[in-house]
Design a protein around this ligand. Structure first.
Ligand SMILES: [Fe+2]
Length: 254
């Protein structure tokens, strides 16, 4: 499996605090069947981002972990006015494996009215924004938010959900919405968004089994292996089906 979203690079954000913790995360991912891990530290007003520093850490971790897992560079890119300018000026600093795909996280305090324009602008600059874990964002969980996600998928933006949402780790709402998004064919990647080995571990296999149970081995392979591989190679995603119509809301009468 290929994990495109993980905070194992040490000492940079709220992920692994030390190199030993980072190695433990890499080992845990390898034991779970992960072959490629993308280090995606946050880039926001709280955490500064430096590709150079990340590369140095990746080199050190490759040496320490004996190349058991292929380690690559990416960014957990938060959508803000300031960040938009940065990525348009030098996209490959932030994209997955310095290619075309960019993990893009919405703010949780408000969605800019010109969001569709921003995504359009990214596309025009040959960037494919990947919407990260909408199922965990309170602003996207409601029907208006999900409508926006659908609109962005129709524009060609893929969606990444978190493995722990599917397995219920983040509670009932993220799990329900993750399942709904999957059912409506609005999911293109499942990633761990791991931060440590205890509370937010780098495991994908349990979520993969969940997807396999409901949608079959082929869809699971697409979400955990083939689409992530294509993203790392800047290729079009092999699995990008037309979304299904929204699930009708159920009303209860008493
Ligand atoms: Fe993240």
């Amino acid at each position: 499996m290929i994990d495109i979203h993980s905070h194992f690079l040490p000492g940079l954000d709220d992920g692994a605090p030390s190199i030993e913790d980072a190695v433990a995360m890499i080992e845990m991912a390898a034991a779970d069947g992960t072959t490629h891990l993308v280090g995606t530290p946050h880039c926001n007003s709280r955490f500064a981002f430096s590709l150079e520093r990340n590369r140095a850490l990746l080199g050190e971790l490759r040496a320490r972990s004996g190349n058991r897992v292929e380690l690559l560079s990416g960014c957990d890119f938060h959508l803000s006015y300031e960040n938009l300018g940065k990525v348009l000026a030098a996209k490959s600093i932030y994209t997955l494996n310095q290619g075309k795909y960019l993990l893009t996280e919405f703010a949780t305090y408000g969605i800019a009215p010109r969001t569709l324009n921003v995504f359009h602008q990214l596309h025009l600059n040959d960037i494919v924004p990947v919407i990260t874990h909408p199922e965990r964002n309170p602003l996207l969980q409601g029907s208006g938010g999900l409508k926006l996600v659908r609109r962005l998928v129709e524009m060609g933006c893929p969606v990444q959900i978190t493995a722990g949402s599917l397995t219920g780790h983040f509670g009932r709402d993220p799990q329900r919405i993750a399942r709904q998004l999957l059912g409506e064919r609005l999911v293109h990647f499942v990633a761990s968004d791991a931060h440590d080995t205890r509370h937010r571990p780098p495991r994908l296999s349990e979520a993969r089994a969940e997807v396999e149970k409901s949608y079959g081995a082929e869809v699971a392979r697409a979400l955990f292996v083939e689409n992530p591989r294509a993203a790392l190679e800047s290729e079009p995603l092999p699995f990008f089906p037309p979304p299904k119509p929204p699930t009708p809301r159920r009303f209860w009468f008493f």
